[in-house]
Design a protein around this ligand. Structure first.
Ligand SMILES: [Fe+2]
Length: 404
């Protein structure tokens, strides 16, 4: 009875948030798309009257010379730049504060985020701190806590998964508590994004697969949740279709430039869907395991996704059946249950085909209560999931995820 009342309160909270979110004005970045699009970005930066930028990236990309085209283009357009390349796989508050300091010390006028989700989220949060000096990063945690607009922010994703180039979210890690949390504000959406498949050609296969599964998780969680709209549903369906047509293709042949291009578009569309419709428990678990053990975000989502869909069972069958049709796994009119289950099975098959495990060796039995606490803190009532999970059900799933 108590649990039923609690669930009712969660649903009430979610419907209030859904009504509020309909009043928000979401923007989308101006898009540059296709091979070579990153080289067109500097002239766009210049056209905005910006003469000095902070470029936020990581050492690996810098070492591989991936930024050369962008930096040469900035020079050719007489735009000075400073590079912050210390972003860690899960960006920390120190990373964000160092990037912000570099921006201020060098009197920059705009920020270019170059990299995967970590670089983009670090750049977004550092830009937010530049104009919101009275709030710490942890004070921005949650929804709509950023007061002043960011400096002009440009995004260049080098993985096809996070969708951060079009989302209102930035995920940061607090190393003191090993906790990952999200900052969500419409002001965090970049004004421009370059989706250049040439930058994703050299990705290692395990990054290609897991970031692609992150994008799939965004589309699925947005689609089956209760905050979807016709616009987010359309983007989620398109993302799923593209991912099923291209992800295993790029996993096998990373140099397939058109398939790489399609995956960037899928990631972007999935980003459009989830930034408005939210994610769900898959992300809550992936964030918790990322914070506690450093499990990469995409890997966490890929592994957890089928378990959560099985937990939802019939509550998401209608939606999953539609996704199965979008994915080309069946046809409209076939039994919903059969289609939905074929969709869940296909995720397991994709994971297996791409050498993604079925659980995590990192999870320690002693940590399970803490994991459950954090997952439910993130998920309830925040995520408008099709079926609300309690501590017992969550414990059961975490136990299933534990590999010996
Ligand atoms: Fe994600």
């Amino acid at each position: 009875m108590l649990w039923e009342m609690k669930k009712g309160a969660y649903r009430l909270n979610q419907s209030v948030m859904r009504t509020l979110s309909k009043t928000l004005k979401f923007t989308e970045p101006e898009l540059l798309s296709g091979a070579g699009s990153v080289r067109r970005l500097p002239e766009k930066v210049k056209a905005k009257g910006i003469s000095k930028v902070l470029v936020v990236t990581d050492k690996v990309l810098m070492g591989l010379g991936m930024l050369d085209g962008l930096l040469d283009g900035l020079k050719e357009n007489n735009i000075s730049y400073v590079v912050y390349n210390e972003v860690q796989p899960n960006p920390t508050i120190d990373n964000i504060e160092s990037a912000r300091k570099l921006y201020i010390d060098n009197d920059c006028r705009g920020v270019i985020a170059f990299g995967g989700g970590s670089s983009m989220d670090c750049a977004k949060t550092a830009a937010a701190r530049v104009t919101n000096s009275n709030k710490t990063v942890s004070q921005m945690r949650g929804v709509l806590k950023i007061r002043k607009p960011l400096p002009p922010l440009f995004a260049v994703p080098t993985t096809a998964g996070t969708g951060s180039e079009t989302t209102i979210a930035a995920v940061v890690t607090d190393p003191s508590t090993h906790e990952k949390y999200a900052i969500m504000d419409t002001k965090l959406v970049p004004i421009m994004a370059a989706l250049d498949p040439e930058l994703t050609i050299g990705l290692p296969t395990h990054i290609t697969s897991t970031t692609g599964m992150d994008a799939l998780t965004h589309a699925v969680e947005a689609y089956i949740g209760r905050n979807g709209t016709p616009y987010t549903d359309k983007n989620a369906e398109e993302a799923v279709k593209i991912i099923y047509e291209n992800l295993e293709k790029v996993y096998k042949d990373g140099k397939d430039i058109e398939a790489r291009n399609q995956m960037l578009l899928a990631s972007y569309k999935a980003g459009i869907a989830f930034t408005r419709a939210y994610v769900g428990y898959v992300h809550a678990i992936a964030h918790t395991l990322g914070g506690l053990y450093g499990v990469p975000h995409g890997l966490g989502n890929a592994v957890v996704l089928p378990y959560i869909l099985e937990f939802f069972g019939g509550s998401s069958y209608n939606k999953l059946a539609k996704l199965a049709v979008a994915a080309g796994l069946g046809k409209d009119g076939e039994p919903v249950e059969v289609l939905a289950e074929s969709f869940i099975d296909s995720i397991k098959t994709m994971n297996a085909n791409m050498n993604i495990p079925t659980g995590f060796k990192e999870i320690k039995a002693d940590d399970v209560p803490l994991i459950v606490k954090r997952v439910l803190k993130e998920g309830n009532p925040g995520y408008p999931v099709p079926k609300i999970m309690n501590a017992e059900e969550c414990t059961d799933i975490i136990n299933k995820l534990m590999l010996k």
